[in-house]
Design a protein around this ligand. Structure first.
Ligand code: PLP
Length: 424
């Protein structure tokens, strides 16, 4: 498949049926796997290839992970039951109590809480940095126990575009990997490994599945990071006593990082997707390239419409030449960014609420990045737990409306916005 272009990989990647096999990827709805001898099964517990129990691995889940790995141009990947568990696993796989990592401050609210509250309780320290800070400022945030750097390609919901090459260079100069949450652009618009990222994560709940039917996540490894260079990652480079002394980097090479997630984290935390959900995810992936293209075309037109409308206070969309991230977006995502726009209605919070209540086609939901156009007011919903100062650090103002542009006819979406604005 590797010679084919990304649209073709979306449709036909990973599952390639042999003569007489089902044309569509089957759902292996089985928790367990049958072996002829006890000896054959025992080998699995030494981490030889094969399936023993679906909490660790399942053929349907593996095929879909392989497809996403292919789309990202990675070496190995694994699915998780949510985007939250994907980001948690990507970090906890290489960090433990007493360790520290650096994160861009403008990230998804759920991820911010995971890092700022729950992981701190586990003894893992984080420093949030302004993603636009210069290299010296970011370098100054490193400590001897810093083990990773994290950011989002396009932040949800602030839509800040990360300078991936800058962050990769800084992370590598300190001997640690750069982990990028690539949920919003998807590999159709940006492949962070091409710019030096080492690990990519996804909330597959968003564009990848694309229809708002299932929660899911993925962790993909480029295979490029050298975990043995500096002794900072003993979990990968020293024996795992819970697997008879397996050493992940020695025994699994470039697959070591993902094998450790499967063997330890899925085993112990159990954040495994259902094979049925992976089947839905795969259906979504088949049309990902088409849908992302339409989402971006529609969003571009709507962002331009909003920018020209005098009832709108401000518009934030990285595809607009007036946007402060336009240059970075052109560099990292020349074919389009994402379908999410944020903007403020003149008249602040009150006008925003009136506008949202007036919409007929666009629905108020806690979701983004599915086929249907929807809106959300983060300050009163997804980011409700955050104080004013944290909100600003996350790039969310109190009047911010997040519009997730769907794949309906763009004229219908604009007409809906127009009639809702007329009520203000
Ligand atoms: C939604 C989202 C998450 C969390 O994913 P879930 O699938 O909801 O657990 C993480 N990162 C980003 C950028 C998101 O948009």
């Amino acid at each position: 498949m590797s010679d084919y272009s990304i649209e073709t990989k979306c449709v036909q990647g990973a599952y390639r049926p042999k003569n007489g096999e089902p044309r569509v990827m089957p759902i292996y709805q089985s928790t367990t796997y049958k072996y002829d001898t006890g000896e054959a099964m025992a080998k699995l517990f030494d981490l030889e290839p094969g399936y023993m129990y679906t909490r660790l691995a399942n053929p349907t889940n593996d095929l879909v992970a392989q497809k996403i790995t292919m789309l990202e141009g990675g070496f190995a990947g694994v699915l998780t039951s949510s985007g939250q568990s994907a980001n948690f696993f990507a970090l906890i796989n290489i960090l433990g109590a007493g360790d520290h990592f650096i994160s861009s401050a403008t990230i998804y609210g759920g991820t911010f809480n995971l890092f700022n509250v729950t992981m701190r309780k586990l003894g893992i320290d984080v420093t949030f940095v302004d993603p636009n800070a210069d290299e010296d400022t970011i370098n100054a945030a490193f400590k001897p126990n810093t083990k990773a750097v994290f950011g989002e390609t396009i932040a949800n919901p602030s839509l800040d575009v990360l300078d991936i090459e800058k962050f990769a260079k800084i992370a590598h100069s300190h001997g640690v990997p750069l982990i990028i949450d690539n949920t919003f652009p998807t590999p159709i618009n940006c492949r962070p490994f091409e710019f030096g990222a080492d690990i990519v994560t996804h909330s597959t709940t968003k564009y990848m599945e694309g229809h708002a039917t299932i929660i899911g996540g993925a962790v993909i490894d480029s295979g490029n990071f050298d975990w043995e260079q500096n002794g900072k990652f003993p979990g990968l480079t020293t024996p795992d006593e819970s697997y008879h002394g397996a050493v992940y980097t020695r025994d699994f090479g470039k697959a070591g990082y993902i094998t450790k997630i499967v063997a330890q984290l899925l085993r112990d935390y159990g954040s495994t997707p259902s094979p049925q959900n992976s089947f839905y995810l795969n259906l979504g992936l088949e049309t990902l390239a088409l849908r992302v293209e339409r989402h971006c075309q529609n969003a571009q037109k709507i962002a331009e419409y909003l920018e020209a409308n005098d009832k709108i206070a401000w518009v934030n969309y990285p595809g607009l030449p007036s946007n402060k991230y336009y240059g970075l977006a052109q560099k990292y995502m020349p074919n389009g960014t994402c379908g999410v726009i944020s903007f403020g209605v003149k008249g602040g919070r009150e006008a925003a609420e009136k506008f949202m209540n007036g919409l007929r086609l666009a629905a108020i939901v806690t979701h983004v990045a599915d086929a249907r156009t929807c809106v959300l007011h983060p300050a009163s919903t997804t980011h409700r737990q955050l104080g004013d100062k944290e909100l600003i650090e996350c790039g969310v103002s109190a009047d911010l409306i997040r519009l997730s542009v769907g794949i309906e006819n763009v004229n219908d979406i604009i007409a809906d916005i127009e009639q809702a604005l007329s009520s203000i």
